[in-house]
Design a protein around this ligand. Structure first.
Ligand code: SF4
Ligand code: SF4
Length: 435
C-alpha cells in the first residue's frame, strides 16, 4: 500500500491519544525471518564487518559506526548474512544500504553475552560496556550514551527524561510501570559512571500510576521524582534541564552539570551492564486510528514495520488515504511505504487516516508562531527568508536552533506549513557551519 506523503512532516491536528496504544496488551515480535542493519546512522556511515555467507550469532557486532562517536551495531538474531548492500527503506524516508541477515531461529548468543559481576565494575567499565553494547539515546536521536557518561565537565545530576510528551507514544510509560526496578538500577549505573550525587526522574505530574510505582522502587534518598506540567514539548532536553537545574546552557546539559537519558535508554543500559546484552531488542509503540489493534510491541531491532503491523492485526478497513509516520505525529518522518526497517532509535510507528485539509491562507501577521516557538525563533520570517534563498539571512535568524517540534505549524491559524521550512532552514545553516 502507498501512503500519502504528509503535507508537513507533522500532522499536528492530533493531541493526546495515549490511551489508544494502552487499550490492548503489549505483544512480541521476536521471530522475523530477516532483519536489516542500516549502514547509515544519524548521518554517519557504518563500516560493514561481515561478508555475504557469514554465519552470525545473536548480539554479534556486524558493523561499526565511523566518525567522532564510533559505536558498534549488532545482529539481533542468529543466522546467515544474505546481503551486505541491500537498499531498504530507512526511517529517514530514504533508501539506504543495509546488511540483510536470515534468521535461523536458533537464538545462538554471542559468547560475550553473559552476566557481569556488577559490584566489581568501575566507572570506566560501565562506560566501556555502554559503548560495546551499542547503547544510544532511545528518544530518537541515537546519540551514543557513553559519550555523555564520559563528559569532561563535572556531572552532579543524572536527569531521567520521562516526559514522553509527543502525542500517541507510550513506550516509556509502559516501561516505567513494568520495569521500574530495572530503570532505577540503570539510573544507579549512570550515577556511578558520572560520579553524580543525585538523580532526578522528570515525569509529567498527571502520570499518577507510573509515579506511584516508581516511588515504591526508589530505595535511596538521592533519587527523586520531579513533576513536569503536561505541556508540549515538556520532553525537550533544554526545557527539562532548565526546570530541574534552574539553570540554562548554551551547548550541552553537561555545561550545567547534568546528563540526560530517557527511560528506555536506562533500561537498555541496565541489561548491558548486568548481562553484557547489546541493544538488539526494544519496545516500539504501533499506534494511530489507522491500525486495528494499536499497542506496544517488544521486537527485534531490524524488523520490517509492515510485518509487525500484520502481526498485530493490520490496518482498519478502507484506510486509504492515510499517513504513515516513522515516529509520532509531531516529530515523525512521513513515509510512503510501510516496508521500512525499524532501527534502534525508532520509538513509534503511527498510522493516521488523512484528515480533510483546509486550504492554506495568507499570513495574517498574528505572531502566534513566534510567541509559541520554544526556542524563540520567528518561523514565518525564516520561511520567507528560505523562499528568498537568503542563506546569510537564515544564519542571522538562528534557524539552526529549530528543534523541529512542529508547534509553529500547529498554532498557525492560516495553516501555513512552517515546520517544513524551518526544518529545511535548520539543515542549511548546520551544513553551512560545517563547511
Ligand atoms: S521554528 Fe522549530 S522550534 Fe520553533 S516552533 Fe517551529 S518547529 Fe518548533
Ligand atoms: S502563526 Fe501563521 S498567521 Fe500567525 S504570524 Fe505566524 S505564519 Fe502568520
Amino acid at each position: 500500500m502507498i501512503f500519502r506523503k504528509s503535507k508537513s512532516l507533522h500532522i499536528s491536528e492530533y493531541q493526546g491519544h495515549k490511551e489508544l496504544s494502552l487499550q490492548n496488551h503489549q505483544s512480541e515480535f521476536l521471530k522475523p525471518e530477516y532483519i536489516y542493519i542500516p549502514l547509515i546512522e544519524s548521518g554517519a556511515t557504518c563500516e560493514c564487518l561481515v561478508k555475504e555467507g557469514d554465519k552470525v550469532d545473536m548480539g554479534q557486532v556486524v558493523a561499526m559506526r565511523t566518525g567522532n562517536f564510533g559505536l558498534p551495531l549488532h545482529s539481533s538474531v542468529s543466522g546467515k548474512v544474505t546481503s551486505i548492500n541491500k537498499k531498504m527503506w530507512h526511517t529517514s524516508g530514504k533508501m539506504v544500504p543495509m546488511i540483510e541477515i536470515k534468521n535461523d531461529f536458533q537464538e545462538r548468543k554471542a559468547a560475550n553475552i553473559k552476566p557481569n559481576n556488577v559490584d566489581s565494575l568501575s566507572r570506566e567499565d560501565i562506560i566501556k560496556i555502554a559503548r560495546e553494547c551499542g547503547i544510544v539515546g532511545l528518544g530518537g536521536a541515537a546519540f551514543p550514551a557513553y559519550v555523555k557518561y564520559n563528559s569532561p565537565s563535572p556531572i552532579t545530576t543524572v536527569i531521567v527524561n520521562a516526559a514522553e510528551c509527543e502525542p500517541f507514544i507510550t513506550t516509556d510509560y509502559v516501561l516505567m510501570k513494568t520495569q521500574a526496578d530495572k530503570l532505577i538500577r540503570g539510573i544507579k549505573y549512570v550515577m556511578k559512571a558520572t560520579s553524580a550525587e543525585k538523580a532526578v526522574i522528570a515525569i509529567k505530574g498527571n502520570k499518577h500510576e507510573a509515579i506511584e510505582i516508581l516511588s515504591q522502587s526508589i530505595d535511596q534518598e538521592n533519587i527523586v521524582i520531579f513533576k513536569l506540567k503536561d505541556v508540549y514539548p515538556a520532553g525537550w532536553e533544554k526545557h527539562i534541564v532548565e526546570r530541574v537545574m534552574k539553570k540554562t546552557y548554551k551547548k550541552l546539559p553537561s555545561d550545567v552539570g547534568a546528563v540526560v537519558n530517557n527511560v528506555a535508554t536506562l533500561i537498555a543500559l541496565a541489561d548491558a551492564i548486568e548481562n553484557n546484552l547489546p541493544l538488539i531488542e526494544k519496545m516500539v509503540t504501533f499506534t494511530g486510528y489507522g491500525l486495528k489493534n494499536p499497542q506496544n510491541v517488544y521486537l527485534k531491532i531490524g524488523s520490517l514495520a509492515h510485518e509487525v503491523i500484520e502481526s498485530i492485526g493490520g490496518y482498519i478497513e478502507g484506510i486509504d488515504p492515510a499517513y504513515m509516520l516513522a515516529g509520532g505525529p509531531m516529530m515523525g518522518q512521513g513515509m510512503i511505504f510501510d516496508s521500512f526497517v525499524i532501527n534502534r532509535s525508532l520509538n513509534a510507528v503511527t498510522v493516521l487516516p488523512k484528515l480533510e485539509e483546509a486550504e492554506e491562507e495568507p499570513c495574517m501577521g498574528c505572531g502566534k508562531c513566534c510567541a509559541y516557538c520554544p526556542t524563540f525563533l520567528s518561523p514565518i520570517l525564516i520561511k520567507n527568508t528560505l523562499e528568498a534563498k537568503d542563506e546569510e539571512g537564515l544564519v542571522a535568524l538562528r534557524a539552526d536552533k529549530c528543534i523541529e517540534c512542529g508547534i509553529c505549524s500547529y498554532v498557525c491559524p492560516s495553516r501555513i506549513d512552517l515546520t517544513v521550512a524551518t526544518s529545511k532552514s535548520r539543515s542549511i545553516v548546520l551544513k553551512k557551519g560545517r563547511n
